[in-house]
Ligand binder design. Structure first.
Ligand SMILES: [Zn+2]
Length: 374
């Protein structure tokens, strides 16, 4: 019997390292891999940037589990490690009948490589899957939150200033209202967080191309888009956007558990869940044909309290557009700070993340294999 792979070996700390681990694990497993190269530039080490896919199981399987990592570049590293572990542990040998797995690795390779949430044009890919012909409305109140989305330096004093200003805005205008403004996506400030873009970005076009090229024959697709940083540490936080009571919502509850699915519709880091627009999981659904069944969820690996995760978002914004000198040392410090908040180095946390990921994959495949779509 082959020994289990070492969980901590499946994690990487750079995009190039992760890409090489992913491609070699999948190719050694006999998966069919494809690379979708991003033509908009190279990574910080001069490396090629691409979204890679790997298909496990019968080419004509009716049921396909699609697993994407790195839609938010900073949040890539835990989800990607579960993809590698699944391949190395030969989980494909136990695929249920008529099921296949499609791994989509680094949907936002630029953000992944530079440890940024957004893409090469500072577009948040998980706000970009919109009908761009419909117009680009930004709530005029967005101006209220501009100053809590940036810092003048990546220092504790600046993070504290933002935390205090945020508290004051919460008191004056209401927690949920202010939080929603920061989270729902905006079109007015291309150099700030939540910029949703004014046309489909490369990630959006590439994901839709992958769906068209690789999923056209599937009868039922189940999509999991991995994120991290939301939810209690060492807990999976589920974001399901189907209408409660709909067959899709029912399936999500049956497969992944009613309690976490319902909980994830009710609150989000202590606020009413914002009306997120332009999500990748919705874009996949729009790229599928109406007769193809679709079950989807966003899952977050809980890492640190939200107050810490917020600092990493501010550090990201400062690195890209903030004032002041950005020496190699400062850049490396910020990078380590962000990686720790989205993918803690602690061995217990990483072992937990791999175990939790394998559990989700098992439940999803069992759900797909047993789903009755009537
Ligand atoms: Zn995310």
């Amino acid at each position: 019997m082959t020994p289990d792979p070492i969980m901590s070996d499946c994690f990487s700390s750079t995009y190039a390292e992760a890409r090489s681990k992913f491609l070699s694990a999948c190719r050694d497993a006999g998966a069919t891999t494809r690379s979708y190269v991003n033509p908009n530039g190279l990574g910080p080490e001069g490396e090629e940037l691409a979204t890679d896919t790997a298909w496990f199981g019968p080419a004509d399987a009716r049921n396909v589990m699609l697993v994407s990592s790195g839609t938010h570049g900073q949040e890539f590293y835990a989800g990607a490690a579960t993809q590698v572990y699944w391949a190395l542990s030969k989980s494909y040998e136990a695929l249920p009948k008529d099921c296949a797995v499609l791994f989509v690795h680094a949907t936002n390779p630029f953000g992944t490589a530079v440890m940024s949430r957004n893409d090469e044009n500072n577009v948040d890919p998980n706000r970009n899957f919109l009908d761009h012909d419909f117009g680009h409305y930004t709530d005029p109140d967005f101006d209220l939150v501009v100053d809590i989305l940036r810092v003048s330096a990546p220092t504790e004093a600046e993070y504290q200033r933002v935390a205090d200003t945020t508290e004051a805005l919460f008191e004056k205008h209401g927690h949920d209202r202010i939080f929603a403004l920061t989270a729902e996506g905006q079109f007015a400030y291309p150099k700030l967080g939540g910029f949703a873009g004014i046309a489909p970005v490369w990630t959006n076009e590439t994901v839709r191309r992958i769906v068209a090229e690789q999923l056209a024959d599937a009868a039922h697709v189940a999509a999991i888009d991995w994120h991290s940083g939301v939810g209690d540490p060492k807990t999976l936080f589920y974001l399901c956007f189907d209408e409660p009571g709909s067959p899709e919502f029912r399936r999500a509850c049956d497969w992944w558990g009613e309690e976490p699915i319902v909980q994830g519709t009710q609150s989000f880091v202590g606020h009413v869940r914002p009306q997120f627009r332009g999500l990748l999981v919705k874009g996949i659904g729009q790229a599928l044909a109406p007769e193809q069944a679709y079950t989807k969820v966003i899952i977050e690996f809980g890492t640190y309290p939200w107050s810490e995760v917020r600092k990493a978002l501010l550090a990201d914004q400062w690195l890209r557009f903030g004032p002041g000198e950005k020496s190699n040392e400062v850049v490396a410090e910020c990078r380590d700070f962000m990686l720790e908040r989205f993918c803690p180095a602690d061995k217990d946390w990483r072992d937990w993340a791999i175990g939790a990921g394998m559990d989700v994959y098992g439940k999803t495949l069992a759900g797909l294999a047993g789903a009755s779509l009537r």
